[in-house]
Design a protein around this ligand. Sequence first.
Ligand code: DGL
Length: 274
Amino acid sequence: MTIGIFDSGLGGLTVAKAVMAALPREKIIYFGDTARTPYGNKPPETVAGYALQNAKFLLKKKAQMIVVGCNTASAVSGLALRKEFPSVPIFEVITPAVREALRRTHNGRIGVIGTRTTVQSGAYQKWCRGINARECPLFVPLVEAGRLVHPTTYEVAEQYLAPFQRAQVDTLILGCTHYPWLKGVIADIVGNRVQLVDSAETVAREVQQFITPPASPYLKGRNDQSDSPLKVRGVRGVMSAPKHEFYVSKKTPKFQELAEKWLGMSINLKAARL
Ligand code: DGL
C-alpha cells in the first residue's frame, strides 16, 4: 500500500522513519510544506486549509492512505479531511499517543508538549482530562535550523520542561512530530523517571496494525515481514525495497541534509507544486 505522509517540514520524517521501520515493504510518499512552515503559530482554519491541499497533492501522487504526520494539522483538520476524502483511510497522530500515555502512566500525571495551535485547540485535553499541556513555540524553529544538540536548545528546553518536573508528571507526550528530533535533549532534562511517548511511533503502530493485522492461523505466513532494509520477503517472494518519494514546497539544502541524516538514506528531493 502506498502511504502518503505530510507535515509542515522536517517533523513528519519522524513518522516516516517509524512507518518505514514497522512496514519495510510499503512505499511512502512524503510531503514537507517547507514554504509555509511553521504551522504551529497559525490559525486553525489556515492549517486546516493547508492540510486539505497537502492530502490532495499526495492522493494525486497515488497515495492510497494518508497519515497526518503533524499534531497541529491533526488537531485542527481531522474531521475536514475525513469529510473531503471519505473513502481514503486517514490516520492522525493524537489519539494513538493519548492511548499509549494512558496505558503507561503509573501516577496518572500526564503531560503533553506541542505547538501553540495544538495546545490551544484542546485536542489533547479532549481525550485526556487533566492533562498538563504546554506550548513550546521555539522547538520547531530550532529543529528546522538544525540546532538539535545546542546550548540554546538546552536553555529553552529547561524553561519549557521545568513545570512538568514540579508537577511530578511521569509520562510526557511529545505532541509535535518535530520533537523526537530533540528527544535526547528532552530526556536529559526530564530524567529517566519520566517516560516519553513519541506520537510518531504510536501512529506507526496503528498504521502497521491496519495494513498487517495480527495474522489469522488460516493465513499463516502471509504477514511475514523481513527486517532487511534492501530486500524484503513477501507472499510473492523476494522483492526490492520500495522507492520512497520526497517532496517539499520549497527546496532547501538544510532539509535535504537533515532528512538524509535522519533517515540514513540518500533521497531525491523534489519541489512540489500544490
Ligand atoms: N510537526 C508539526 C506538529 O506536529 C508542525 C509544527 C509546526 O510547523 O509548527 O505539530
